[in-house]
Design a protein around this ligand. Structure first.
Ligand code: 4GS
Length: 254
């Protein structure tokens, strides 16, 4: 999968290109992340990419022209990578609080793209004419305001790369799809067997995989009901999960 990020701070993206699962995916050629700096598409000596807002007011606004040229170049690069350059296969995505809130369903949908061009804003924002002409969709990582779109872009790339079948591996992604989507995660334990006088739950030491799966699902249900009743209301169990839910004590019923 191809990612182009348009940002005046390309150095920030070492955080996902150089560490962990995302770095391994890049090194194995499963993912490509290219950083494109709009300053490279300016004509003046100051490499200017922002100006005062028309109509007055605080702060600066990112100008349309350098971003338009950067997006055009990103599209050429995506095409050279093999992407079909349209909204259905390689959308231009603007990270902004005005966008659709990122969730697991959206991450799964984005993992089907051939590529994505991620536009990272700074300052007060980007000239509206660039957004209306070039942006296919806006995504928000939450209802709060950051200093830049780079961290949201990395959140999107990290979550999408993690969902790519060739990255997660079939077993893990199968587990991810059948038991985790829509519920909070279960507790996890590792060595030592006893920590602070607290032993690992016996069922996890039993080697009985069916009982372990049922225990983990029960934990997910309890946590989701307690912490995220909104997710619990939206949860649609599989046939197997519905059968397990029927056998759970009353306080665990749907
Ligand atoms: N929340 C957000 N989800 O995506 N982007 C977000 C964000 O706060 N962007 C900043 C908004 C102000 N200008 C600089 C970028």
């Amino acid at each position: 999968m191809y990612f182009a990020v348009i940002s005046i701070f390309p150095e920030m993206f070492t955080a996902i290109r150089d560490f962990g699962i995302t770095a391994r995916a890049c090194n194995e050629g499963k993912v490509t992340i290219e950083c494109i700096n709009p300053r490279d598409y300016t004509a003046d000596n100051y490499r200017r990419i922002d100006e005062r807002p028309y109509g007055g007011g605080p702060g600066m606004v990112m100008m349309a022209e350098p971003l338009a040229k950067a997006i055009d170049d990103a599209r050429s690069r995506a095409q050279a990578y093999g992407c079909r350059i349209d909204a259905a296969h390689c959308p231009v995505v603007y990270l902004s609080p005005q966008g659709r809130q990122l969730d697991e369903g959206g991450v799964l949908a984005m993992s089907k793209y051939e590529g994505m061009i991620l536009l990272c804003g700074r300052y007060e924002g980007i000239d509206e004419r660039l957004l209306s002409q070039y942006v296919d969709t806006e995504i928000s990582i939450g209802d709060y305001v950051l200093t830049g779109g780079e961290l949201p872009a990395m959140v999107v790339m990290d979550s999408v790369i993690r969902r790519l079948p060739e990255v997660m591996g079939d077993a893990q992604s199968a587990e991810q799809d059948s038991f985790v989507d829509g519920l909070l995660d279960c507790p996890h334990y590792t060595k030592p067997h006893v920590f602070a006088d607290m032993p690992v739950p016996e069922v996890l030491m039993s080697g009985h995989h069916a009982n372990i799966a049922k225990w983990r699902f029960t934990q997910q249900v309890q946590r989701t009901k307690a912490r995220r009743p909104d997710l619990w209301q939206a949860f649609r169990p599989s046939a197997e999960q519905a059968a397990w839910l029927k056998k759970m004590p009353k306080d665990n019923d749907a």
